[in-house]
Design a protein around this ligand. Structure first.
Ligand SMILES: [Zn+2]
Length: 76
């Protein structure tokens, strides 16, 4: 079983669809048991989507202000 730290370290790759199949399976398995990592990976994925949507002014996606702050921090 992966540790939370390992999952966090690979969350970005996982969210982007990168990483080996073996590590993706391990992350998925870990997330079955760990709510913290599930929400961390979700947030990482959403932040990545925000980055891709940043030029789309017509986006009607409801954005969590906390995520938006995190996104701004990363994009600076
Ligand atoms: Zn975890």
């Amino acid at each position: 079983m992966m540790s939370c730290r390992e999952v966090c370290a690979q969350a970005q790759d996982y969210a982007d669809g990168h990483g080996s199949n073996a590590s993706r399976v391990k992350i998925r398995l870990h997330m079955l048991f760990c709510r913290n990592c599930t929400s961390f990976v979700d947030q990482t994925r959403q932040t990545g989507q925000l980055a891709r949507q940043s030029l789309n002014k017509n986006s009607d996606t409801v954005v969590d202000p906390k995520l938006m702050a995190e996104f701004k921090k990363r994009s600076e």
